[in-house]
Ligand binder design. Structure first.
Ligand SMILES: Nc1ncnc2c1ncn2[C@@H]1O[C@H](COP(=O)(O)OP(=O)(O)OP(=O)(O)O)[C@@H](O)[C@H]1O
Ligand SMILES: [Mg+2]
Length: 494
């Protein structure tokens, strides 16, 4: 019988006296793709960081190909063939693709010339099926492309075990398909893969087995063939929930009301004569492929890219917005796509991060009303179910999904009349996703408006009152007054 790649028994890990993993068992068979699932903060990232020596376990044992293992650092684990692509990318933007791919093998790569590095990077990128020039600087790549460089980096070190922590979060549909081809390819070469994700349907497509974490325990270990999406969700949440939500909203008296926000033929370096309207009470969706111009539309509204011609109106009045500050003064706020770098100060507490955005509302003549601020933050984190030890915890120590919730909480606690949400639910578990959508729904019910971008077509289709389809910086179609299925919307954006 073949020996297991990883066998972890009774693993225990806590931080500052707070247990995260109480008793976790995890078995990765050689050559299988094994999904790890659980709600935000369940301990998925912590578990894989115990396996690769990033964290030290408090108890239990880990066997690697039959041998008891104890890695003091990720470097030691790497030497034994464990490669990890972290949830937050760790590339060096100012270096080239080739340099980044061979970065971790500094001793070896110091001996080879730049030209050889480029030459060696090419076949690795080719196996991944991506068309990226290895000489290009990483800072010029999209987030999706950077994800592939991370995987290329892992492949360059001849990994036997590859850990992918939410790899699809920022990938387009085509890129996801390419990634799955790569995973199948690696699997056929005997590489064992741990795959962390919040997308249940992906697990059914690409994974052989799945382990569910909840409240510090591994509550379900099964072959994917023997389970279902519903059973996984139930194991994750510990109770049965209905995940098919219907979002009905009263029809707005569209024709006579003044739009909260209107774009008329807005042209920028990326956009070509974009016109759209956001009426009070509406969630307006932007659908399109990665790079189609959805984010660019939000950036133009938010004052991040100069508008060359056309006009923006707020409540019917023409406005000139040249910076996010001016956007905020005009009642417009945005949750950016790259939240970690743009939306949070990692070393600040949860409280300070949320309060930064709404300083004016809680300060009287620049003196901060601490009690008011604190109760507002506590209210926000309760509503969104942010898993934290308290409002004073630095956000650096929150799980990826919980950091996400803090950024959204920050935005929702301002006085803005129009929110621009760029993929607000990525990396967020099914329960928190529902909570966020519920809050957005309440927000528009008060007469506010939202522009909603999401890479999940099912979400845009079921949640938005109006949907604009974006392609190459232009609005090519628009749908209103009906909810759309994932299939119909996918067909419309091609
Ligand atoms: N270095 C740390 N110091 C303190 N607490 C931590 C640290 N790392 C993780 N935690 C806590 O451990 C818990 C589990 O975090 P982890 O990142 O493993 O969750 P996750 O399952 O990966 O969640 P997500 O889906 O949001 O990525 C969280 O409550 C988090 O705040
Ligand atoms: Mg995580």
């Amino acid at each position: 019988m073949e020996v297991n790649a990883i066998e972890a028994r009774r693993l225990k890990k806590g931080f500052d006296g707070n247990p995260v993993l109480k008793e976790v068992n995890f078995t990765l068979k050689t050559g299988e793709v094994h999904a790890l699932v659980g709600q935000n903060g369940a301990g998925k990232s912590t578990l894989v960081k115990l396996i690769n020596g990033f964290h030290q376990r408090d108890g239990g044992e880990i066997r690697l190909f039959g041998e008891e293992s104890h890695f003091a650092t990720p470097k030691e684990a790497q030497a034994k063939g464990i490669a990890m692509v972290y949830q937050d990318l760790s590339l060096i933007p100012s270096l080239s693709v080739a340099d980044n791919i061979f970065l971790t093998q500094s001793q070896r790569s110091a001996l080879i010339s730049n030209r050889d590095r480029v030459r060696q990077a090419e076949p690795i990128l080719a196996t991944l099926g991506v068309d990226i020039d290895p000489r290009q600087k990483v800072e010029n790549l999209s987030v999706g492309e950077q994800q592939f460089i991370e995987i290329a980096k892992a492949m360059a070190m001849d990994a036997r075990i590859l850990v992918l922590d939410e790899p699809t979060a920022s990938l387009s549909n085509n890129e996801i398909n390419a990634l799955f081809t790569v995973i199948r390819n690696l699997k056929s070469r005997g590489i064992s893969i741990i795959y962390i994700t919040h997308y249940m349907s992906d697990i059914m497509r690409i994974c052989d087995a799945v382990t569910v974490l909840r409240d510090g325990y591994s509550v379900l270990e099964t072959q994917t063939a023997d389970t279902s999406v519903d059973a996984l969700v139930e194991a994750m949440l510990g109770s049965k929930t209905d995940t098919d939500f219907v979002w009905e909203r009263p029809a707005t008296s569209a024709s006579e009301a003044v739009p909260l926000l209107e774009l008329r033929n807005v042209t920028t370096c990326d956009l070509d004569a974009v016109s759209l309207k956001v009426m009070p009470g509406q969630v307006v969706g932007l659908a399109g492929l990665l790079g189609s111009g959805r984010t660019e539309i939000l950036e133009a509204i938010y004052g991040l890219t100069p508008i060359q011609s056309g006009e923006v109106r707020v409540n019917g009045q023409v406005v000139n917005i040249h910076s996010p500050r001016q956007a905020i003064e005009n009642g417009i706020n945005m949750v950016p796509e790259e939240r970690r770098s743009q939306g949070l100060v990692l070393d600040f507490s949860v409280e300070d991060n949320v309060l930064m955005a709404s300083f004016d509302r809680i300060s009287r003549s620049m003196v901060l009303d601490k009690a008011k601020g604190q109760s507002m933050v506590e209210d926000t984190i309760k509503k969104l179910g942010v898993k934290t030890t308290g409002v004073t915890q630095p956000v650096r120590f929150l799980s990826g999904g919980n950091q996400q919730k803090v950024v959204i909480g920050k935005c929702l606690s301002t006085d803005a009349k129009v929110l621009l949400l760029d993929d607000p639910t990525f990396g967020i578990d099914i329960n928190a996703k529902y909570e966020i959508m519920k809050i957005v729904n309440q927000y528009v019910a008060q007469g506010n408006g939202v522009i909603f971008v999401s890479s999940e077509y099912a979400e845009v289709g079921s949640f938005c009152d109006v949907i604009y389809v974006v392609n190459k910086g232009r609005i090519v179609r628009h749908f209103s007054g009906q909810r759309m299925t994932e299939e119909a919307l996918l067909a419309a954006v091609q």
